[in-house]
Design a protein around this ligand. Sequence first.
Ligand SMILES: Cc1ncc(C[n+]2csc(CCOP(=O)(O)OP(=O)(O)O)c2C)c(N)n1
Ligand SMILES: CC(=O)[C@@H](O)[C@H](O)COP(=O)(O)O
Ligand SMILES: [Mg+2]
Length: 586
Amino acid sequence: MAQDLLSQIDSPVDLRRFRESELLILAQELRAFIIAAVAAKEGHLGASLGVVELTIALHYVFDTPQDLLVWDVGHQAYGHKILTGRRDVFHTNRELGGISGFPKRSESEYDTFGVGHSSTAISAALGMAMASQLKAESRKHIAVVGDASIASGMAFEALNHAGVSSADLLVILNDNAIGIDPAVGALKDYLTKTKSGKETGRDNIFESLNFDYSGPIDGHDLPALIKELERQKTLDGPRLLHVRTTKGKGLKQAELDQVRYHAPGKFDKITGDIPAKDDSKLPPKFQDVFGHTLVELAQQNERIVGITPAMPTGSSMKIMMDAYPDRAFDVGIAEQHAVTLAAGMATQGLIPFCNIYSTFLQRAYDQVIHDVALQKLPVVFCLDRAGLVGQDGATHHGAFDLAFLNCIPDLTIAAPMDAIELRDMMYTAQLGLGFPIAIRYPRGRGHLMDWQRPFSKLEIGQSRLLTTGNRIVVISIGTIGVMVQELIETEKLEVTHVDLRFLKPLDKSQLDEVFENHDHVITIEDGTMVGGMGSAVGDYAFAKAYKGSIHKLGLPDSFIEQGPTSDLQQIAEIDRGTLLSLIKSL
Ligand SMILES: Cc1ncc(C[n+]2csc(CCOP(=O)(O)OP(=O)(O)O)c2C)c(N)n1
Ligand SMILES: CC(=O)[C@@H](O)[C@H](O)COP(=O)(O)O
Ligand SMILES: [Mg+2]
């Protein structure tokens, strides 16, 4: 790039020295930098490309970090990171020991709020604005939130509150008409139709909530953005600036196929092409086993419906949506609603398969307890991305589901070891259980090529004895059992292995037997050790006055950062080497 302005920017202070004409060149450089970095190292692409001009304009006009800028989700904040002192370490984005893929308070004073889950920015920025008022500090507070994220309940709650506050809060609605998948819902229709605030007057939804609404303006017109932000800077109180952008802006393929280029993996930085991969010789991803199995079951059972909160592609619910458009629903980023919607459907005899990433179910905890379990409604929760997820890091690991679900009465909790078990659990779940069940499985692929076997009904709460040894028993839950079994077989260990299958109800008769015949119990899981499967087995052993030793392997009581899942397993000591050493030491 001829001028290389980007390399002159170590902080937004440097940026503010540029002339507006130079900022246009800088936008090109920043875009090229993001494309090159993500092409080589993977990560979120489309969202950051769409806000290049907005990011430059915000740091140019506002006095960051004195003025507080909050990004929603944070997957669009790559430009922000690069302009705020992290250009030279950006090649470590999402790597083990590198910078996080999301804004993170411990990483930079410009990262005012840690994000990863959506729809928090307005609440957080409002909280900051109210704190500034109380402390009589003069600063601006800006929340940048996407069109899909603003449709979430939490964002509405924040708008509702902000509208009756006098807080100095500027909400920038970054409207690109898409989330990860095409945006859904009535608000999307409304936003698409919105013309200028002046034309719609008090009919404008944000004005009705007491916000000073401006826009929509072109989010790629840098001079216009700067002008408007300069104006906004002189204002006070709750205001919303509606900015229209194009996700993937500046890379043709990313603009044309916005879903694929949300996080495309490695690609050619010049052509944008994603290298063709032949996946036909690989075992399927668990999400695809879920999607195809759901369609198979739906063919046989017309009471089955599918629900996803904004993750049709990631969860493969899309397979069901394509096969049965009238029976599968993307409800937008609305985990709480998704769970209670499923509960409502279940009251009327439907069998909802509600697929939610483990980490995002955290948002709907009360709904699982109050709306589903307490009423014993037969909702089938399929919890994808359970366990460690890799590069998304601490905000996204599905570390807590086993622990937070196990204390809920009347909820069955299952975790398949492989694709066949996943299918059989889904099959069993729709046979008219009369109670809710959560089936959790991880990100990525299983290990079985031959997985599309005829269904078998599983006994709820019954484990599977995989090997019989003596003295030592390893109890695993979920896919980590594959590693355990492979270790036992390759090392020819005389160790008993129980694939627990169900955390709840616990297979007490199997546990009684292994306590009776073994001196040492090892539990291993890819969830937190605090309150997880090991705790449940330990509690039962205590109740039975088991005299042997119990060794718990699981995620520690600390947040685990990003990195390749296999590295994180080693760090968390739930890997093959750790298990082998432990077995040998016993
Ligand atoms: C609570 C929660 N649910 C789901 C997600 C997964 N997710 C990440 S980005 C995204 C779409 C966001 O769309 P939008 O707000 O329009 O931002 P854009 O990607 O278009 O910039 C979703 C569903 C999440 N991060 N948090
Ligand atoms: C930012 C966000 O929350 C999603 O984009 C998430 O990174 C998707 O994760 P998967 O890649 O596991 O679908
Ligand atoms: Mg969007």
